[in-house]
Design a protein around this ligand. Structure first.
Ligand code: ADP
Ligand code: ASP
Ligand code: MG
Length: 814
């Protein structure tokens, strides 16, 4: 004999009910089957909604009633196309009485818990009748048995307690007397000893099935639902969650108690002592293995088996110096809650006994507060304790596993993983049995917390990075192409799963929290919503994904101004935009501080030398205890390009134009030619070397003429370059006469920085610097005479994109 229970989705449509019938039919070939069914999916909620509308004198209840009616009539018509009169009459009668009940509630303006149970029982009464008739219409031998005649409870309406003695007797007697191969029973509903309709609590059909299974000591209880078992965590919130093959009863109980809705928590109790295994299966995918819950796999060795969450939690804190060393406070607190029938979900107490924290359902918070404040009225008046503090909008997340007690460091990993993602923990509870470690966090952070804990404990091998790129011009586009090309390699070799979740240019922006399809990003972006810098930030905040990285591929001051906001949300920042790190020293310092405080990396390797590892090398030198004594560098790919191509057979303005067209200069070439860009770069290197410096402190002797420097637009600038051609030819001729090359050099000596054009003699490391290359020479305590030299292409979209990419990977490898 087997007991099978089918949930709301499984009986949610004619198609799914046909699946159920096929499953029952195949089982019945070998066994006697008892089938417990839920209400059609969503109907219990609709019944409660109609009830609450009616109670509030809202005539809209009849609209909800009509929906309920149509759903059932549609199903029956599809299941039994030529339904006979009797079936339709029975259903119409039931619906009619339901309507009368709702009208009654509307008239008297009252919905007691007792009436609520009467109301919700229609869900299961209707579904079980329909399924039994559908089976009969297919010629199958199935009988309906109303569980209300079997399951007897007290009068604790909406969540009644079972009288096992009477219930077991009823069940045994009934099933002894029937020879039916298949019996259909409604779940969830029951009767009190005094003859009233009761229910077993929301989700209670699972419990009905367990009660029947235990009374008859069947060999297996199967819970058929809409997912393939009990998952490592809620599959609706974590895409990577997967079904757990085997669980102990204790683990299943903890997981369900802490929110894994797939199993109603009391379900385990009746079958536990009898060691009847519970098999969770998927009606929509009957072939998948599912989860087996029993006592046979207690020592599977795996420490963490699952993670669950309960939302809508309020945290009550009772505190005050008057509590220390005085017995009876907890007793009075819990007695008060018990009198109000308030369920305590989590308790923590500081060892000083100065405060007790309890987690309860949000909806009980007001009642709890006033009851507790009344209980401790005297102590509050005497200032011995404070009025109770209530914090709402919280959730509990819990790691579950029988074997956690045998492993060190689980809670350490849990909390550091949450901390790294800026998830604030309000309270922690860990039972002495160590089957469960729970933490109270903001409800808003639940999805992120589950995802990062799941990654930590179940996908240790891959780390997901969620990247948001703003600015998809030349460099941004290359970056996306490089990411697309390297995705597979990153996943397989570096165990980094890189998702580009958001993209924006100045016109539109687009998001997909599963990661955008990089084959069609341009089309998606074009169709995206209107872009705004604040809107982009707001959306990243709302998505609240773990390991989020904001990539700034603009040269925009406003974008740079938002870095503090990103960092404060623990969102990493990768920038090729130099503005932030070369802005005033206070701001640079603030960014560094925020990055440390919120554990949000701030990387800007491409600020100096595009893709060359200059800042990273400098950071490594300093971190390993070295000290920079001097830096000599050619840091402008654009200026190097210009002076390498300028001679007495070319003109200066043509060479500058060419550099701009080929993308080697900033959109406004004056930023490069005036030396400002190079000054910003040496400033960043100076700061990264540990110096407190501002841009004004950098000596900048310009090679441009006063007229060049005073132009108001790029066009005027070009015109003035044409007029001053003789000036530039003179610079060239002077260098030429000394057999020197013109190089734009940045230097840092004894804490002083300068930039300017220099005539470099033959033999100097800068002399042969080609094309748009950069070179940096670090003189340090460890490299006093022979400097550490980094040299290579220092400008261009591809190398800059690869520098940004390297920064993203650096974050991934952390
Ligand atoms: P039924 O109507 O079949 O009783 P429920 O809606 O009560 O189904 O429970 C199944 C749902 O439980 C799943 O669709 C899933 O969204 C949710 N759920 C939450 N946590 C888990 C988990 N750890 N494993 C599986 N499902 C879970
Ligand atoms: N129909 C009830 C509910 O929705 C019981 C169940 O589905 O298990 O809560
Ligand atoms: Mg359920």
């Amino acid at each position: 004999m087997k007991v099978l229970k089918f949930g709301g989705t499984s009986v949610g449509s004619a198609k799914n009910i046909n699946n159920v019938i096929d499953i029952l039919n195949s089982y019945a070939e070998k066994d006697t089957i008892i089938c417990v069914v839920s209400a059609v999916g969503g109907i219990t909620d609709k019944l409660l909604l109609a009830g609450s509308l009616a109670k509030n004198k809202d005539a809209g209840f009849s609209k909800t009633f009509n929906t309920i009616k149509e759903i059932h009539l549609d199903i029956i018509k599809e299941l039994i196309p030529f339904s006979n009169e009797t079936i339709l009459n029975v259903i119409s009668d039931k619906l009619e009485t339901l309507n009368s009940l709702l009208e009654g509630i509307y008239l008297i303006n009252e919905l007691s818990q007792k009436t609520s149970d009467k109301l919700t029982s229609y869900g299961e009464l209707l579904s079980s009748y329909i399924i039994a008739e559908a089976m009969k219409s297919r010629g199958l031998s199935a009988e309906l048995k109303n569980s209300q005649e079997l399951i007897i409870t007290n009068s604790n309406f909406t969540k009644a307690d079972v009288d096992y003695k009477q219930t077991n007797k009823n069940i045994r007697e009934y099933f002894k007397s029937t020879k039916q191969k298949i019996t259909i029973c409604p779940g969830f509903i029951s009767h009190s000893k005094t003859g009233e309709q009761t229910t077993l609590g929301r989700g209670g059909s699972d419990f009905t099935a367990a009660i029947v299974a235990a009374a008859l000591k069947v060999e297996q209880l199967e819970i058929w639902t809409d997912v393939s078992g009990m998952f490592t965590t809620n599959p609706k919130l974590v895409k990577q969650a997967y079904p757990i093959e085997k669980l102990s009863y204790q683990e299943a109980m903890e997981l369900s108690h802490f929110g894994a809705k797939v199993l109603y928590p009391p379900t385990v109790q009746p079958v536990l002592d009898l060691n009847i295994p519970i098999h969770i299966k998927n009606t929509l995918d009957p072939e998948s293995v599912g989860t087996i819950i029993s006592n046979n796999h207690i020592n599977s060795g795996i420490p963490v088996k699952g993670i669950s969450n309960i939302n809508n939690i309020a945290l009550l804190t009772l505190q005050g110096s008057g509590m220390i060393g005085i017995p009876g406070f907890s007793k009075r607190l819990f007695e008060t809650l018990s009198q109000e029938k308030i369920n305590v979900i989590l308790i923590t107490q500081a060892s000083s006994e100065h405060s007790i924290c309890i987690g309860i359902d949000d909806k009980d918070a007001d009642v709890a507060k006033s009851a507790i404040d009344t209980t401790f009225e005297n102590e509050i008046a005497l200032n011995k304790i404070d009025p109770i503090i209530v914090e709402a909008g919280l959730s509990i997340i819990a790691l579950i596993g029988d074997n956690m007690k045998n492993h060190q460091g689980i809670s350490g990993k849990m909390f550091s993983s949450l901390g790294k993602n800026n998830i604030n923990i309000r309270a922690i509870a860990q039972g002495a049995s160590e089957k469960n470690i729970s933490a109270v966090i903001l409800q808003n952070d639940v999805k992120k917390a589950l995802n990062c804990l799941h990654e930590q404990f179940f996908e240790i091998k891959t780390k997901q990075l969620n990247v948001f790129i703003t600015g998809v011009g030349n460099v941004g586009e290359r970056l996306i192409e490089q990411i697309k090309q390297q995705k597979k390699y990153l996943k397989e070799q570096l165990k980094i799963s890189l998702h580009v979740v958001g993209l924006s240019n100045s016109r539109t922006m687009v998001f997909d929290d599963d990661g955008l399809d990089l084959n069609t990003w341009k089309e998606q972006l074009q169709k995206g919503e209107k872009a705004s810098l604040q809107g982009f930030l707001a959306q990243i905040k709302t998505l609240n994904l773990r390991n989020s990285i904001f990539v700034d591929v603009t040269a925009n001051e406003e974008v740079a101004g938002l870095y503090p906001e990103y960092l404060r949300q623990s969102i990493g920042v990768v920038a090729c935009n130099k503005i932030a790190c070369s802005s005033n020293y206070e701001n640079y310092k603030l960014l560094k501080r925020l990055s440390l405080k919120y554990n949000a990396p701030l990387l800007f390797e491409t600020n100096v030398g595009a893709g060359l590892p200059i800042i990273d090398t400098l950071n490594n030198l300093i971190a390993s205890g070295d000290k920079i004594t001097s830096i000599q560098a050619v840091l402008s790919g654009s200026l190097n390009f210009v002076f390498n191509n300028f001679n007495n057979s070319t003109t200066f303005h043509e060479v500058v134009k060419q550099a701009q067209v080929e993308g080697y200069t900033e959109p406004d070439p004056r930023i490069d030619l005036s030396g400002v860009d190079v000054a910003r770069k040496i400033l960043i290197l100076a700061r990264e070397s540990g110096l407190e410096m501002d841009l004004e402190a950098i000596e900048n002797t310009s090679f441009l003429t006063k007229a060049n420097l005073e132009t108001k637009s790029v066009d005027d600038f070009y015109k003035s370059l044409i007029s001053d051609e003789a000036h530039f030819q003179k610079l060239y001729a002077s260098a030429q006469s000394k057999n020197c090359q013109l190089k734009y050099v940045a230097q840092l000596n004894n804490g002083k920085a300068s930039v300017g054009l220099q005539e470099i003699p033959e033999g100097h490391p800068f002399y042969n610097l080609e094309g748009k290359d950069n070179i940096v020479m670090f003189y340090t305590q460890r490299y006093p005479e022979q400097p550490m030299i980094i040299k290579g292409a220092g400008a261009g979209a591809d190398v800059t994109a690869s520098g940004l990419f390297a920064d993203i990977i650096r974050i991934g490898n952390k």
